[in-house]
Design a protein around this ligand. Structure first.
Ligand code: SF4
Length: 112
C-alpha cells in the first residue's frame, strides 16, 4: 500500500499537494488537438466538424471553434486532419471561466 495513503490516514489528511513535477506517464495520455491555421481550409474544417463525436468542434464563418471543455481527446479530428492537427500535449486545462476553454482558430489555408 502506498506510503502516502497510510500517512494520510494517520494524520487525517484527505487531499495531497499538487505535484511539484509533471507525472512522466502523462506524456502518454491523449490530449486535445492543436491545429495549424495555415493548413486549415473550409472544406477540411467542415469535415473535421462532422468527424467530432462530442460537438467540441464547430465552425463560425472563417474560424474553427474548439471547445476544449467538450473535447474527449478521442483523436478523430487529428486522424482526419491530414497533417493540419496534432496532439497538443496539454492536459492541465483547468480554467476559472468557461469561455477560456473555447479557442477560435482562423481558417487560413484558403488564402494561399
Ligand atoms: S479529439 Fe475528438 S472530441 Fe476532441 S475535438 Fe477532436 S474529434 Fe472532437
Amino acid at each position: 500500500m502506498a506510503v502516502w495513503f497510510l500517512r494520510g490516514i494517520r494524520r487525517g489528511v484527505v487531499t495531497t499537494r499538487y505535484p511539484a513535477e509533471a507525472e512522466p506517464s502523462a506524456r502518454l495520455l491523449p490530449t486535445p488537438p492543436a491545429f495549424d491555421p495555415r493548413r486549415l481550409t473550409g472544406a477540411l474544417v467542415d469535415a473535421l466538424v462532422g468527424a467530432c463525436p462530442s460537438g467540441a468542434l464547430t465552425r463560425d464563418g472563417a474560424f474553427l471553434v474548439l471547445d476544449i471543455g467538450a473535447c474527449s481527446a478521442c483523436g478523430r479530428c487529428i486522424a482526419a486532419a491530414r497533417g493540419a492537427a496534432r496532439q497538443s500535449g496539454r492536459f492541465e486545462l483547468a480554467a476559472t471561466q468557461r469561455v477560456h476553454l473555447v479557442k477560435r482558430i482562423p481558417i487560413a489555408g484558403d488564402q494561399r
